[in-house]
Write a protein that binds this ligand. Structure first.
Ligand SMILES: [Zn+2]
Length: 109
C-alpha cells in the first residue's frame, strides 16, 4: 500500500459548466420581491460539468481561476485571429465610407 503524506501533488480541479436552472443568472435567482442565492449551484453560477453538482468552495476558486485563465488565452487567440483576418480580408481594402446596402458594403462588383 502506498503511503501518502501531505497535500496531493496536483489539484484535481473539476471542469465547470453553467448552472442548469433556467432562472439562475450567475448564481442569483430573482424572485418577485427579492433575490435569492441559487441552491443548485450554491450561488456560484457554475456546477461540476460531469456530475451537475455544486463545486465545493475550496475547489471552486482555483477551478474558476483556471477557467478564467483559459478564457483569457482564448480571447487573446481570437483577437489575434481577427487582426490577421482584417489584414487579409478583401473588404478591408475598401474605404470605410463605402455605402452599406442590404447589410453589406456596396463594392460595385
Ligand atoms: Zn444556479
Amino acid at each position: 500500500m502506498a503511503k501518502s503524506s501531505g497535500p496531493a501533488l496536483k489539484l484535481n480541479l473539476p471542469k465547470l459548466k453553467p448552472c442548469d436552472i433556467d432562472d439562475c443568472k450567475s448564481g442569483v435567482i430573482k424572485g418577485l420581491y427579492h433575490e435569492m442565492q441559487c441552491a443548485n449551484c450554491n450561488g456560484s453560477g457554475v456546477v461540476n460539468a460531469h456530475t451537475g453538482e455544486p463545486v465545493p468552495e475550496d475547489l471552486l476558486i482555483p477551478a474558476m481561476a483556471k477557467t478564467i485563465s483559459h478564457l483569457k488565452s482564448e480571447v487573446r487567440c481570437l483577437k489575434e485571429q481577427l487582426k490577421r483576418q482584417a489584414e487579409t480580408d478583401p473588404n478591408q481594402r475598401y474605404p470605410e465610407n463605402m455605402p452599406t446596402i442590404a447589410g453589406g458594403k456596396f463594392r460595385m462588383d
